[in-house]
Design a protein around this ligand. Structure first.
Ligand code: PMP
Length: 455
């Protein structure tokens, strides 16, 4: 076997990791991933893991070691690696057509490189429309408490997770928080129309701010980092109705759910809604290339195209690496794989199986307060007491994650919205996963929960 001790030492000396990792790496060796195949990864010490979080952050949807994607990227790079976005590329043209085919009602694709950047582009579209069409009014953008939209200052300005925003202010003006929609932690007590109440709470904010000042609202179809939250029936239709009423653009952030994670191409497609703007990133090329997309309707695009007062308005943005052809080359092959291997069906079937098994864990372990999710995106919220729903300390969830890791299964813990309580175990295995993989994941969590609650 290779000796990776030098790699490990260089990493420890020079690489800026996520800060909680740094703390950990003072006492244990940094984790260096060497190889991946399917749903498994191997670290520099030769340990094999079942990756139940698709690269840690819901990204490697079609699994590791996909030679056809690597070859598509290689072939494209050798032939024509890059030209600025003012030109097109063969994979860019083919991928945008294929993508739009899966998004009835949508029409235009803008390429960039990260979820944050895709969201920033969406915000700039809203601001440009406000500037050109409404004389500067309708410039405000609403975002929900508990949702997350990215790492840049403006993406953070539109995020509702206090823990992540903590030290980065002052923030970009014009972003207004609206209440979250988490039935388990209902602000309205127990009720059978929670979704409607949560949507009407958004309308209240619109009326308070003044509808003529609000241009758009951005929402995650499943609130991911904020605790894997799926809104109940009726919510989305009501939100859309409110947007229509006040002429507010509906922007869905599909950075996590996009390209199959929930069993449909996009998370919003589970509901009867038609967004004006959709952003996506992680699963677009499953981590084989950096690519993100801001997709709009033709009506949104026409605000620029047909704008007589500012004919240059839709040329203003150029993302340098939005012109890198590796992105769409990888994305095109990624979509082909999802279709050819019927992965959306697999997600639906395996997601139902996983949900069933997780409810089994809830029946067995009092610490599990809530089980939720959609497709292969599930969360188990851990609580001290089911009645009070007091979240367990973050260290408890981390102990479960660490125990699973020691058993060779990588899971996550999230809920960055609940002020320091990352108490929701998170599962998002690759879309190719099998029942046997899911049994292994659930078995590891079962053992870890037993151990953690024994003391
Ligand atoms: N939106 C959502 C819903 C996300 O979860 C993330 C990343 N975790 C982002 C946007 C930002 O994406 P990126 O890290 O690629 O900038």
């Amino acid at each position: 076997t290779n000796d990776f001790s030098e790699v490990i030492e260089n990493d420890r000396a020079h690489v800026w990791h996520h800060l909680s990792q740094h703390k950990k790496y003072e006492t244990v060796d940094p984790m260096i991933m060497i190889e991946g195949k399917g749903i498994h990864v191997w670290d520099a010490k030769g340990n094999k893991y079942l990756d139940a979080v698709s690269g840690g952050v819901w990204t490697v949807n079609v699994g590791y070691g996909r030679e056809t994607i690597a070859n598509a990227v290689r072939d494209q790079l050798v032939k024509m690696n890059y030209f600025a976005q003012s030109a097109g590329s063969i994979p860019g043209s083919q991928f945008s057509k294929k993508l739009i085919e899966k998004m009835p009602g949508m029409s235009r694709v803008y390429f960039s490189n990260s979820g944050s950047e895709a969201n920033e582009k969406a915000y700039k579209i809203v601001r440009q429309i406000a500037h050109n069409k409404y004389g500067g009014k309708k410039h405000k953008i609403l975002y929900r408490d508990r949702d997350y939209h990215g790492t840049t200052i403006t993406a953070l300005s539109s995020s509702g997770q206090a823990q992540r925003k903590d030290q980065y202010g002052p923030f970009t003006p014009g972003f207004v928080e609206v209440p979250h929609c988490c039935e388990y932690r209902s602000q309205y007590g127990e009720c059978d129309d929670y979704g409607i109440k949560a949507a009407l709470a958004i309308e209240e904010v619109i009326l308070r701010e003044g509808p003529d000042t609000v241009g758009a609202i951005v929402l995650e179809p499943v609130t991911a980092g904020g605790g894997v939250i799926t809104p109940p029936e009726g919510y989305w239709q009501k939100v859309q109705e409110i947007c229509k009423k006040y002429d507010i653009l509906l922007h869905i952030d599909e950075v996590v759910c996009g390209l199959g994670r929930t069993g449909k191409w996009f998370g919003y497609q589970h509901y009867d809604i038609k967004p004006d703007i959709v952003t996506m990133a992680k699963g677009v090329a499953s981590g084989y290339a950096a690519i993100s997309c801001t997709v709009t309707t033709e009506a949104v695009f026409n605000e620029f195209k047909n704008n007589p007062s500012d004919p240059m308005s839709y040329f203003r943005d150029i993302s340098t690496f939005g012109g890198c052809a590796a992105g769409p080359a990888a994305a095109l092959e990624n979509m082909r794989i999802i279709e050819e291997e019927n992965l959306l069906d697999n997600v639906t079937r395996m997601g139902a199986y996983l949900m069933d098994r997780l409810h089994g864990l809830k029946d067995k372990h009092q610490i599990v307060g809530d089980v939720r999710g959609k497709g292969l995106f599930c969360g188990l919220e851990l609580v001290v007491d089911r009645k009070t729903k007091q979240p367990v300390d973050e260290s408890v969830a981390q102990a479960v994650v660490a125990d699973c890791f020691a058993q060779g299964v990588i899971i996550g813990a999230t809920n960055r919205s609940l002020h320091g309580h990352n108490n929701t175990l998170c599962l998002s295995p690759a879309l190719i996963c099998t029942k046997a993989n899911l049994d292994e994941i659930v078995g590891a969590i079962d053992k870890a929960l037993t151990k953690v609650t024994a003391g």
